[in-house]
Design a protein. Structure first.
Length: 401
């Protein structure tokens, strides 16, 4: 990027794309109860379809990331938009477990992955100078949080006013907005042979990454992040209902999480310019563990959920900028979309278990108590596992560059 205007066009475009795809994904928990009632398949079946979606969204990212590294991000984002719209539009007509898995769990989830973190942050990193990448990642990540803030109350309002089918079809149409939004990302891409200036191919770089202990630490921490977030976006409406509160409380809580994470993402992106990112990850995961512990000890009122959402939101997806930044710091940006996409796969393997086990827990015990305990334990482990990551001080890295 050669001018300030081009810089902002790039990051705003990427942030708005993520706002749409993440905003849609993170409101699907509001459809669990309507889908269960309409299909009669049971909450475990619906949760399993959404759990498959968590995994597929993660699995799609390194694949789409590798394609974007070769062919550029615009075509991949457009393909993702069509798949996301198609999957959501056909879901209301599915009345079997297989149908839900195919269209909600595979087609829609893969489509959302085509316009998500690895593609957008990889495209930005390849087009920006090193000193601008950390803040750009935070800004793009904040776009996803803004989307959750907008889409969660919007989806709930549509469900209440027009029914869940109309609401889902509206989300499907919204997914197509990402196609024109991707146009500022069309410029010369690396493409061609999968060899960068250093002569390392994609396969060689991937093997080198998986031999690096620091890369595995990032995967382990991100697994926990996925478990936690998928559990909440899928089952927070159910937790609110178990407390005898209306659905509007869950929609508002999801919106507050998204709004708070705008500040968290921008703050972490800014701090990553001058602080070690592994320490930022330590504190982000630590905040989650403390927030959940306090939540379990206080009365569960509407105000409790709003405060819990506010505190939790600060750390919600604030893990993304430092994780992406560390991948770029360790291995460069040429294959960032692929390597970061692989960490997102680990994130979504955790997401699969968070969404699925949450449904099993409530079906068998009538509460999510043990899921909350698991969340605390995993958050503590995630905080600790980031500490051994090898990372130079930011000023030393800048001097070396």
């Amino acid at each position: 990027m050669s001018t300030k205007r081009q810089y902002w066009m790039l990051v705003i475009s990427a942030a708005l794309i993520l706002a749409v795809t993440m905003g849609i994904r993170n409101t699907l928990g509001l459809f669990v109860s309507p889908l269960n009632t309409s299909t009669g398949l049971g909450i475990v079946t619906v949760s399993f379809a959404l759990a498959i979606g968590q995994f597929v969204w993660g699995a799609a990212q390194p694949i789409f990331g590798a394609l974007a590294d070769r062919a550029g991000p615009v075509r991949i984002i457009a393909l993702g938009a069509v798949l996301l719209a198609l999957g959501l539009a056909l879901t209301p007509f599915m009345h079997s477990q297989l149908g839900l898995i195919v269209f909600l769990g595979i087609v829609a989830a893969a489509g959302a992955g085509g316009g998500s973190f690895s593609i957008l942050m990889g495209a930005a990193a390849q087009r920006l100078p090193p000193e601008r990448r950390a803040f750009a990642s935070g800004f793009i990540n904040a776009g996803g949080s803004f989307g959750q803030f907008v889409f969660a109350p919007l989806a709930q309002a549509l469900i209440s006013a027009f029914g869940w089918v109309t609401a889902l079809l509206t989300l499907a149409a919204s997914a197509l907005l990402t196609i024109p939004l991707a146009l500022p990302l069309r410029d010369k891409h690396h493409g061609g042979a999968t060899v960068h200036l250093g002569g390392i191919s994609l396969s060689e770089q991937t093997l080198l990454a998986f031999k690096d202990r620091s890369y595995w630490c990032l995967h382990a921490g991100f697994f926990t992040c996925g478990f936690h977030i998928a559990f909440l976006v899928t089952h927070l409406p159910g937790e609110v209902a178990l407390c005898g509160l209306p659905a509007s409380v869950s929609a508002a809580s999801l919106g507050i999480i998204g709004l708070a994470n705008i500040a968290g993402s921008l703050g972490v992106g800014w701090l990553a310019q001058t602080h070690r990112m592994k320490f930022l990850l330590f504190w982000v995961y630590g905040i989650r563990a403390v927030a959940i512990g306090v939540y379990l000890m206080v009365p569960h009122t509407a105000l409790t959920f709003y405060i819990f959402a506010l505190v939790l939101g600060v750390s919600w997806l604030a893990t993304v900028p430092p994780t992406a930044g560390l991948v770029g710091k360790l291995f460069g940006t040429r294959y960032l979309a692929t390597l970061f996409g692989l960490t997102l796969l680990s994130h979504q393997i955790g997401g699969f278990f968070g969404a699925w086990l949450g449904g099993i827990a409530v079906a068998r015990s009538g509460s999510y108590e043990w899921m909350w305990y698991a969340d605390i334990a995993l958050a503590v482990l995630a905080a600790l596992v980031n500490l051994p990551i090898r990372e130079a001080r930011p000023q030393l890295a800048a001097a070396a560059a």
